[in-house]
Ligand binder design. Structure first.
Ligand SMILES: C[S@@+](CC[C@H](N)C(=O)[O-])C[C@H]1O[C@@H](n2cnc3c(N)ncnc32)[C@H](O)[C@@H]1O
Length: 234
């Protein structure tokens, strides 16, 4: 294809897309503009949050490319990507509305630590623990915690399936870190802790939430749009 022909076909495609957009009802146009604006504001908040605290939580790593010595768990892993401030806030505010006084914030699949840092900066927890099976990501989180400067946050290099919750009320946070097999194993290993406390699970991008119902957890809250939910064993 010649250069002139390529430019002409790009121009026609662009005109077509603009015409389609203009034909949409006004309500659609306003919604799509406001979604774009909200996305921009959310992106800006994340940039500012990281910059303010000197953090580096960026990047995207596919699940099968994550470096880990827990090789059997890798098959169940989802990609590394940091949560957004706006998503954290929406779910943690709902968790706080339960009135439960939480002792610990536990992020299963903590990556570079963003969820722990956001929770520490905005809510009151005695201790915050990130559990991450990829050692390079734990090292990145450790570099971040030195910049953040808190002594009640730590990151553990472990497979979440065999992590044992501390005694007390835990807010266990998951941002779709892994599949059903790891989630079920984690629940099996911690059912006594859930039975003996007011701990809850805050699940963002809650792909495997039905596992929780099958294990006897009750859904306290769910937002269909953001696919996030809160669960407690009652
Ligand atoms: C979507 S990222 C979430 C990062 C972090 N929670 C946040 O919100 O910024 C999911 C993380 O789970 C980790 N992960 C996956 N399987 C795991 C497992 N079995 N045990 C511990 N971490 C795991 C991945 O390495 C990845 O960093």
């Amino acid at each position: 294809m010649s250069m002139a022909h390529h430019t002409e076909s790009t121009r026609i495609q662009l005109q077509g897309r603009i015409a389609t957009w203009l034909r949409r009802p006004l309500a659609h146009k306003l919604r799509s503009l406001s979604n774009k604006a909200a996305g921009g504001v959310s992106w800006m908040e994340d940039q500012l949050f990281e910059k303010w605290h000197g953090l580096d939580c960026g990047g995207f790593i596919d699940g099968h490319e994550l470096e880990t010595s827990y090789s059997s768990a890798r098959a169940h892993s989802r990609a590394y990507q940091a949560v957004t401030c706006v998503a954290m806030r929406a779910l943690l505010n709902e968790a706080m509305k339960t009135g439960i006084v939480f002792d610990h914030f536990i992020d299963l699949g903590s990556g570079k630590g963003k969820a722990c840092f956001y929770a520490a900066a905005n809510y009151r927890f005695r201790r915050l623990v990130g559990v991450e099976f990829s050692e390079p990501l734990v090292q990145a989180a450790d570099r971040n915690v030195r910049k953040f400067g808190a002594d009640n946050i730590c990151f553990v290099n472990a497979d979440a399936a065999s992590f044992s919750l501390p005694a007390g009320n835990n807010l266990v946070y998951l941002f779709n870190p892994f599949g059903e097999a790891i989630l079920l194993e984690f629940l099996k290993n911690n059912m006594d802790k859930f039975r003996r406390s007011q701990s809850i699970i805050a699940y963002a991008n809650d792909k495997h939430r039905l596992c929780l119902a099958k294990a006897g957890f009750v859904t306290l809250f769910r937002n269909q749009d953001s696919q996030s939910s809160l669960h407690q064993y009652l």
